[in-house]
Ligand binder design. Sequence first.
Ligand SMILES: [Ca+2]
Length: 331
Amino acid sequence: MCAGQVCQYNAHMKRREFLSTSAGALFAGAASNFAATNSSAKTLSTEISNARATRSSNFLDSRAQDKAQHVIIDTDPGVDDAMAIFLALRSPELKVEAITPVAGNVPLELTLPNALRLVEIAGRRDIPVAAGASAPLVRRLVTARYAHGENGLGGVDFPAPSLKPVSESAVEMIRRIVRSSPGEITVVALGPLTNVATALKADPELAKMIRAIVLMGGSLSGGNITPAAEFNFYVDPEAARIVFDAGVPITMVGLDVTRHTALTDEHFKTLSASQNPVSQAAAKIARNAIDHTRAQGFLIGPNMHDSLALAAFLDPTLLKWKNWCETKIRI
Ligand SMILES: [Ca+2]
């Protein structure tokens, strides 16, 4: 799987090592005892209904053999979103068709330019970025600046992006891209599900054209924004319910798993030692995020929720998976 510049991320590393060590900073912090050893990985994943369970399982099983996976990344950057996006943009296993920012960790006024910045830093101006929803479907927006810094990227003062969003909305872009390649597009959802739910509601035929939805969100055992709720689902639970009821195979990487990851000083050192622009930007974000977490009194963290979801999509063997039936979102 090793190819091209990705493996240059840390010279002489093989792809698997990239996924489980240096890029641990990009997703699975405690990679040495978590992502790299299946037996120690907590699990979690999804499904939705009995009928979809088989399709979902086959989807995961077939991932490693597939050619480049076509994905739309729906996201609210966000420190861990940034790491996930960087990882995606440096992974030859993926063809990122579009990035669709949504309000979440910080307002859309920040997630949109953050996504543009990340694309620009990665030298991937070919990837369209389309503005998504500025608020949840029916609720007032709750953000997580306390965790992601005032600008969402750990407070790192990156220059304003010169790249502009496309004129299409996120919903229009999701619908157009999925409809142009039915059965080929996986939506990787790393924020509140407002954009995805709106697209599914606006286009009832869309669900059967989406190959799968891989999402970071939800929890089977407690939350991080309230004792019960995980942040992405808490921000827009109505959207989560629409997505879970839509009939698309869902791979859920929930808080149960992602809270076992942590960005560490070792990850920072690895990133800062690599001189390419993505590593340098990731190192700056990592440094600030770690320092911010320590200043809040936490000895471990921050968690890398989204980058684990992306990494597990790239390499499903990082985690153990279970099929879950009759999943219901209660609001
Ligand atoms: Ca996110």
